[in-house]
Design a protein around this ligand. Sequence first.
Ligand code: ADP
Length: 600
Amino acid sequence: MMLNPVSRLPEKAQTLVARRIGELPCYQCDIAASNSVETVVEMLKKNLELPGVLLRQDGKFVGALSRLKIFEWLGRPYGVELFYKKPISNLYANLNVPDHIYPSDTYINIAVQRALNRPSEITYEPIIISFGKDDLRLLDINVLLLAQSAQLANANRIIEKQIEIGRVISSSLELPKVLALILEQMDSVIPYSRAAILLYRSGKMEFAASRGYPQDVDMEEARIMVNNNKVFNDIVVSKKASRVKDAALHQDWQHIPNTPPTRSWLGLPLVQDKDVLGMLSISRLTVSPFTSEEMDISAIFAGQASVALSNASLYEKVQSFNRELEDRVKERTRELQQAYAKLKLLDKNKSDFIKISSHEIKTPITVISGYMQMLALDNALEERHRELINNTNTGIERLKEIVNTMLDVARLDTKEMELEFKEVELEALITEIVAEFSQSMSERKIAFSIEEIKGLPTCKGDADALRKAFQHLIINAIKYTPDSGRITISGRLTGKDRGGKVIRPSMQITVTDSGIGIDPKDHELIFDKFYQTGKIMLHSSGKTKFKGGGTGLGLAVARGIVEAHGGQIWVESSGQDETTCPGSSFHVILPASSKLTARI
Ligand code: ADP
């Protein structure tokens, strides 16, 4: 008796490459073992797709014979004579081929491994698949190998898609673009009719990207349907994927109006750190349920959509933080500008005050000074009165100097100081100033030396103004150096400025003292008008006395004058200490006269 062979093809609408051997085309080809070899050969000739036959005796499986082996045996000398008319079981007994029965749910790659591990003479024999009790089918080994290579090709394809998506996710933060790409790439791995990525915001789903929906679909309507769909909501609550074999069988399935109805459906939650960000919805318009493998693969795409969504939300957070920051910076800048304008006004008021008050003081000083000179001419004056007049005159002179300094500051501030540029010999100028203070220095036992100034070129400048500038530096050096200290003035030619930048040939004059020094935090501030370090009350009075009182204007005048000459002034000192006296060095750079430029 011969059975009609039945082929077993994969389940309907198989969309992905098979993963288990039961999903591959295989054949139920049982025949009674009593059939002659000839009958079997005829049958095989008629059914070319059959890889062989499964022999049964009294309905029970006794062994399998492949097409390959049957024809190979018959091709041998005496093969036909010996077996052709005899029962096929005879041939089977002679061939002694071990049967390989694999359960239908065996993974294809495992089956391939096992099959190829068989002895070489039977490596390419078909495999018997068992679909349960007594349901055995033959699978051509070539079909198995092809299935495996299809599987590998598919895996490669998925990896390529993932890489492509990964590249876009990391290179672009344009969310719609990334989501659209995810849907597009998914289509080539998991065929679908339409798909959407929905965003879950304040308890509602919104379409973030969609593919395959009719052009004229009302997305607002779709949004409402989605939100009323129980299956969709269940996914948000359970955070688990869900599939619907046939939505037509679901009474409460919400269909989108004017859109072909969904039949098979797969929904996956988009989760990030336990939060549901949204959902990936995949629909087929025919009944072709999504397989578990398809679920696994779409989970990868869902994972990427989650990453894209959370990247975008982080990006949005950073952007809004930046916007906030920008607003704050703008506000602060506005405040600063207002404060700056206010300060500028205050500064102007201060300059105006200095200017007006010093002018006003100047007149009575001149009057007092005139009367004092008239009094001094009186020969009848007693010695003690003359002494009083002399002391008053000294005070008046000091007062004049202070007022003049105040006027200088005001003029420098308002750029009203008139400078008359001529060739100035710095050596002569400095020597003159030093001579002026030599008595004060010797009284205070301050050693003084001038080094390397001789022979320096002249500079173009206003001699009176430069004299004032150096006077302030030298007075300060005396004032802030304790008795028995040392002051040195040195000079050199230089082609570099304070910061080491190349400049036109210039002179650098340095006034160094062994005084109390200046705290680095005050190095810039001391050049501001009225800035004084330490406690003003502790100052003693007198122009050249140790820590003698001052107006806090000397350095402001010196800087104004030096800068008006296109020069620079700064101080170097390791710190202020009245016990160790680290000293200070004030540097002044003044451009050398252009006549001498060629020499340098
Ligand atoms: P002042 O009239 O107070 O001397 P200046 O503008 O000349 O005003 O100097 C500002 C401040 O800088 C001084 O009060 C002093 O604290 C500090 N200073 C200036 N020159 C020296 C120096 N050679 N050694 C130490 N401190 C100095």
